[in-house]
Design a protein around this ligand. Structure first.
Ligand SMILES: NC(=O)c1ccc[n+]([C@@H]2O[C@H](COP(=O)([O-])OP(=O)(O)OC[C@H]3O[C@@H](n4cnc5c(N)ncnc54)[C@H](OP(=O)(O)O)[C@@H]3O)[C@@H](O)[C@H]2O)c1
Length: 257
C-alpha cells in the first residue's frame, strides 16, 4: 500500500469515528435548526462520570489499574481487563473500585491484543450495563531492540497488539459509543504519551543504573507513577473535556517539553 493511500485511509477512519461520535457535525447536521445536543449547550460541563460505562484494557495492575480506579472514583462503571496473571489482581482492583464508590466494576479476562479479545470486552460492558461510553486502550507491549535485532515476529507482535487489535476493538465499539463517547489510545509517542512510568513493563530488562539515569532525566528527579497518569485520563474522559479532541497529551512530569 502506498504512503498516500495509507494516510487517506487513516484519515477516513478518523473522520468516520468522529462522525459517529459527533453525529451533529458537518454532513449529518442537515437541519438548519440550532442543535440542542450537550456538546452545544453553553453550561459548565462536569468532571463527573456518573452513569458512564468504561473499558480499560490491561487494568489488573500498573497504569491501567490506576486509571480504572480513577474512572470508578469519578462515577463510571468499569470493565477491569486482565489477560494472564489470574483473576486475583483484577478482582482486587474491582473490589477497590466498589469499596471506594461511587462507580461499579467487573473483571473480564480477554487478550486485548487480539481482535476477538477486544470485541469480547465491548460485549461484556454492554451485557452488564447496556451501554458503552469510554474505551481506554491501555494494554500494550513495548519491546526494546536495536534495529539490527528486529525481526518480523517482533514487528508483527507489536503491530498486532498496539495497532490492529485496538483499531478493531474501536470499530466494534462504534455501534455503542454515542455522542460524548471517548476513545483514549496509549503509546510512548502518540495520543496519550506517558514517558517513563515505574511499572514492570518499564523495569523489565533494564539494569538499575539505566533506571537511575532515566529517572534523573526528569526535572522531578523520579520516574512517573501510575497515579500520576490516571487523574488526567479521568478528566479527558469526562464531559468537562468535551471540546478536547485528537490531542497528543504528554503526561510525563516534564521528561520532554
Ligand atoms: N511504563 C512505562 O514507562 C510506559 C511508557 C510509555 C508508554 N507506556 C504504555 O502504557 C501502557 C501500560 O503500561 P504499564 O507500564 O502499566 O504495563 P504493565 O506494567 O506491563 O501492566 C500491563 C497490564 O496490562 C495487562 N495486559 C498486558 N497485555 C495484555 C493483553 N494483551 N490483554 C489484556 N491485558 C493485558 C496486564 O495483565 P496481566 O497481569 O494479566 O498480564 C497488566 O494488567 C502500555 O500501553 C505501555 O506501552 C508505558
Amino acid at each position: 500500500m502506498s504512503k498516500t493511500n495509507k494516510s487517506s485511509k487513516s484519515q477516513n477512519l478518523v473522520s468516520n469515528i468522529l462522525h459517529t461520535l459527533r453525529p451533529n457535525s458537518k454532513a449529518s447536521s442537515k437541519s438548519s435548526k440550532a442543535s440542542t445536543s450537550p456538546t452545544n449547550t453553553p453550561t459548565m460541563a462536569t468532571t463527573s462520570l456518573a452513569g458512564k460505562v468504561a473499558i480499560v484494557t490491561g487494568s489488573s495492575r500498573s497504569i491501567g489499574a490506576a486509571i480504572a480506579k480513577a474512572l470508578g472514583a469519578a462515577g463510571a462503571n468499569v470493565v477491569v481487563n486482565y489477560v494472564s496473571n489470574g483473576a486475583g489482581a483484577a478482582n482486587e482492583v474491582v473490589s477497590a473500585i466498589k469499596t471506594a464508590g461511587p462507580g461499579d466494576a467487573i473483571a473480564a479476562q480477554a487478550d486485548a491484543g487480539t481482535v476477538a479479545g477486544g470485541k469480547s470486552l465491548v460485549d461484556a460492558a454492554v451485557a452488564k450495563w447496556g451501554r458503552l461510553d469510554i474505551i481506554v486502550l491501555n494494554a500494550g507491549i513495548m519491546g526494546s531492540k536495536v534495529i539490527a535485532d528486529v525481526d518480523e515476529e517482533f514487528f508483527d507482535s507489536h503491530m498486532q497488539t498496539n495497532v490492529k487489535a485496538p483499531l478493531f476493538t474501536v470499530k466494534h465499539a462504534l455501534q455503542h459509543l454515542k455522542e460524548g463517547g471517548r476513545i483514549i489510545f496509549f503509546s510512548s509517542s502518540l495520543t496519550y504519551a506517558t514517558g517513563p512510568v515505574d511499572t514492570p513493563l518499564f523495569r523489565t530488562g533494564k539494569p538499575q543504573q539505566v533506571i537511575d539515569f532515566i529517572s534523573k532525566q526528569n526535572p522531578n528527579g523520579r520516574l512517573g507513577l501510575p497515579e500520576d497518569i490516571a487523574p488526567t485520563v479521568a478528566f479527558v474522559a469526562s464531559p468537562a473535556a468535551q471540546w478536547l479532541n485528537g490531542q497528543n497529551i504528554r503526561v510525563n512530569g516534564g521528561f520532554t517539553v
